[in-house]
Design a protein around this ligand. Sequence first.
Ligand code: NIG
Ligand code: FE
Length: 388
Amino acid sequence: MSLLLTNLGSLVTNDPAQGSGLLGLVQDAAVVVENGTIAWVGAAAAAPATDEQFDAEGRSLLPGFVDSHAHLVFAGDRTAEFNARMSGQAYTAGGIRTTVAATRAATDAELDANLTRFVNEALRQGTTTIECKSGYGLTVADEARALRIAAAHTPETTYLGAHVVAPEYADDPAGYVDLVTGEMLDACAPHARWVDVFCENGAFDGDQARAILTAGAKRGLIPRVHANQLSYGPGVQLAVELGAASADHCTHLTDADVSALASGDTVATLLPGAEFSTRAPYPDARRLLDAGATVALSTDCNPGSSFTSSMAFCVAVAVREMGMTPDEAVHAATAGGAQALRRTDVGRITVGARADLLLLDAPSHVHLAYRPGVPLTAAVWRGGQREL
Ligand code: NIG
Ligand code: FE
């Protein structure tokens, strides 16, 4: 079955060879979907015959959002912590332990139901690829079950046993690192594609992070790092040195950190929901882009520091507060996320790519920033399937 999406007001291809600017924008465009992939892209007037047609009535089509950083296997709620922060209390890594306790106490079915709810919530807002981390179990069994549950929903699963030191090891962090690089890694590696560490004061230092990422890489997991979120530190440069797919947060960067990101292949993934929800200064996307780094935008969706699943919200904040143009922000939320996940089949609308598509209730992708907080999802296709 072939489907023609026609009468598109503007089309974001993310392929400059196909259209204008960074986004490869095509006006008055059409797209043909066949067998779950993009079969043809071009001017509506030149579209081939297909089995079915969908009239977009001048609305804008873009690749589904690629959310390359989320923590969705959890139970419980941290409203009180958020409320206290909005009355002046500071965010600390320690809050993670509240969610660890609730997550350990939940059944598999409860965790799966929560995860299903958040994946669907994201899908309704145009997110067609989502990464999901463990990190709220912190025992061998609880980390392994988090990844097993996540793997049923997404291939982009990340082992984050090194989120914080488990409470049982509070007096023996070295022992916890041994567990994370040993028995816990053995149990988790079969269910994960990536390995991540929260490299931060109150979590893991540079030496511990290096040991954990190296052990994960030996088991075939590709590193990504929570780096330089709350303070300056070694995370970003370690990520680049180890060839990590992405350094995430990048809020506190020295010039040497920026140069390292600009010269390496590690994507700088910015998570403005975290700064919004912790009332902290935003990362400087302009500085990274001007230096030549690749930037991705993601939600960091988690119950502590950033309880949003909205990529559109992240785009709007990045444009208003982080020095990005609307084109750069939309690129970072689609193609940037794909690069952070080392995927070439998503984050673009080109022949052969997955038919993961977001139709906006707007004539242009710029409306994602121009109309903040307004639900603009008109339709979503994932692998060619109409989801919404
Ligand atoms: O990315 N930084 C570490 N992890 C999460 C926060 C998790 C939490 O507070 O529960 C983050 O912001
Ligand atoms: Fe995170």
